[in-house]
Design a protein around this ligand. Structure first.
Ligand SMILES: CC(C)(O)CC(=O)SCCNC(=O)CCNC(=O)[C@H](O)C(C)(C)COP(=O)(O)OP(=O)(O)OC[C@H]1O[C@@H](n2cnc3c(N)ncnc32)[C@H](O)[C@@H]1OP(=O)(O)O
Length: 257
């Protein structure tokens, strides 16, 4: 499939999606978001794909929603059209997604990275929710996902001042999973995705579902949910294979069954 604003490719069991509007610092307009949702839905259905890496260009993962596109929208357009509603679809991709972030991840760009499961950042990465400087607030989950990721004190600081945090601060705060030298970013992200994609598919999807459930459920509900998923994996051939391989001191051969 070819897109106007994205590059997509499969590398073994890993799908790589690259935002491709570098001159606009990958500003997220409605075409980008529709194409991204389409590409991710396609990779979601593709049985050969076990994990997805989402990246941008060297200067920007994405500098937020496209301000030039948003500028002319009035309240009635925004409200009746439920502006950006469909963009949340990206967070419902079931396969693990790694955001490989170089440069700016601002506004919707930071929110897009937070819809992914793991954020691997180059030393050059800068994160922020600068919407307040434009007279609005985050609209794609920034006030909610950022607060859950880094806590109220830091989230308030970023959302109210619009300041950026560098990769080191973002890692200390718990937003970023790992920081790597700029030249290692794509290798690290693709290697991590390949590692995940090689594990039994059902266990991987359930692991993601279980961790995400912790954001929604009480501790006792979350623990029960986790235990039920854990129990269900004993019905898979891959659990038998994984445990037999350990005991027989050999590499497992998973079948995703
Ligand atoms: C999703 C919601 C609901 O949460 C809302 C949002 O995301 S609102 C958007 C939040 N993002 C921002 O406010 C960041 C805006 N960009 C910047 O502040 C700067 O571009 C920068 C600090 C990221 C980089 O600055 P600099 O290196 O000086 O590059 P520029 O010359 O400013 O940018 C190059 C080029 O890209 C265009 N650009 C950058 N960001 C956006 C954007 N968000 N929307 C549209 N276009 C953007 C910028 O206009 C330049 O293009 P030209 O004007 O030269 O054609």
């Amino acid at each position: 499939m070819s897109y106007e604003t994205l590059l997509t490719e499969s590398r073994g069991a890993v799908a790589l999606v690259t935002l491709n509007r570098p001159k606009a610092l990958n500003a997220l307009n409605s075409t980008v978001m529709a194409e991204l949702a389409d590409a991710l839905a396609g990779f979601g259905k593709d049985e050969t794909v076990g994990a997805i890496v989402l990246t941008g260009c060297e200067k920007a993962f994405a500098a937020g929603a496209d301000i030039k596109e948003m500028q002319g929208i009035d309240f009635v357009d925004a409200y009746l059209g439920d502006f950006i509603f469909g963009w949340e679809a990206i967070a419902s991709v079931r396969k693990p997604m790694i955001a490989a972030v170089s440069g700016f991840a601002l506004g919707g760009g930071c929110e897009l990275a937070m819809m992914c499961d793991v954020i691997i950042a180059s030393e050059t990465a800068k994160f922020g929710q600068p919407e307040i400087t434009l007279g609005v607030i985050p609209g794609m989950g920034g006030s909610q996902r950022l607060t859950r990721a880094i806590g109220k004190a830091k989230a308030m600081d970023l959302v109210l001042t619009g300041r950026m945090m560098d990769a080191a601060e973002a890692e200390r705060a718990g937003l970023v999973s790992r920081i790597v030298p700029a030249e290692r970013l794509m290798d690290e992200a693709l290697e991590a995705a390949a590692k995940i994609a090689a594990f039994p598919r059902a266990a991987v999807l359930m692991a993601k579902e279980a961790v995400n459930r912790s954001f929604e459920a009480t501790l006792s509900e979350g623990l029960r949910f986790e235990r039920r998923l854990f129990h269900s994996l004993f019905a898979t051939a891959d659990q038998k294979e994984g445990m037999a391989a350990f005991i027989e001191k050999r590499k497992p051969e998973f079948s995703n069954r």
